[in-house]
Design a protein around this ligand. Structure first.
Ligand SMILES: Nc1ncnc2c1ncn2[C@@H]1O[C@H](COP(=O)(O)OP(=O)(O)OP(=O)(O)O)[C@@H](O)[C@H]1O
Length: 237
């Protein structure tokens, strides 16, 4: 269980996040909805130890407080981030990217098994194992990015707008894969502007406005909430 308590992030005098408390358990998809600039990326980057701002508060995972830890140690503790823009090595091939993901000690001993799981989840990557990533389509690159994060054997996977730039067809495939990852027992924290599709696969959700959590509920209730429909679903559904 990931338990963030009272997280605040400031960039100089600007406090982008105020007192954020959220939880993500294994085996659930939690979506964080918020408009542009609400602070979604700031939160994920703070949890992953790569914030450019000043981060305060606490975030427990497996008995350790991640805040203040180095990014590598946070991966070792079981948290993996797929950043916006994917964070892959574009000049390396698929296998090289996946293998690099298995660098933490928690992942090394089970690298082969993990690789097999990733290639089962994304069969296309098996066929394209030698392809240089920059020559792949956006959807394929997203698979490499998620596969690489999964290779670190995380307990909790954070995804920053993974559907950005994908066609509706590929979005559908992406969200189906996130369900499979959840069903394999991982906790998934998904930051998305694609509210309709992300609420359809999520178990729970939070609303983030101007750096504050303004709502938290089951995905079913959020879909039916008139304020959510107005702000994120383009009116009634
Ligand atoms: N490195 C930074 N330096 C200064 N201000 C920043 C920095 N990163 C983010 N901010 C500011 O913090 C606020 C939240 O930004 P953030 O990128 O976290 O929002 P977001 O919800 O992810 O937005 P988007 O959906 O547009 O990506 C914004 O006002 C932004 O300008």
């Amino acid at each position: 269980m990931l338990e963030a308590r009272g997280i605040a992030v400031s960039y100089g005098l600007h406090e982008a996040l105020h007192e954020i408390s959220i939880e993500v358990d294994r085996g659930e998809i939690v979506v964080m909805l918020g408009a542009n600039g609400a602070g979604k990326s700031s939160l994920l980057r703070a949890l992953a130890g790569i914030s450019e701002g000043l981060v305060t508060g606490g975030c427990m995972l497996g008995g350790q407080d991640l805040i203040g830890m180095k990014p590598d140690a946070i991966v070792e503790a079981g948290l993996a981030l797929v950043p916006e823009g994917r964070g892959i090595f574009a000049d390396l091939n698929v296998m090289e990217n996946l293998t690099l993901g298995a660098y933490p000690a928690r992942a090394r001993a089970i690298e082969r098994d993990n690789l097999e799981k990733v290639l089962e989840l994304f069969p296309k990557l098996r066929d394209r194992r030698s392809q240089i990533v920059r020559t792949m389509s956006g959807g394929e690159q997203q698979m490499v990015a998620i596969g690489r994060a999964l290779m670190s054997n995380p307990e909790i996977l954070l995804l920053d707008e993974p559907s950005l730039g994908l066609s509706p067809l590929l979005c559908g495939e992406l969200f189906r894969n996130l369900r499979k990852i959840r069903d394999a027992g991982l906790g998934v924290l998904l930051v998305e502007q694609n509210a309709r599709q992300s609420l359809a696969i999520a178990d729970r959700g939070y609303l983030l406005e101007n750096g504050r959590i303004t709502g938290a509920d089951s995905a079913e209730s959020l879909i039916l909430d008139p304020a959510v429909q107005k702000a994120y679903l383009g009116g009634a559904i």
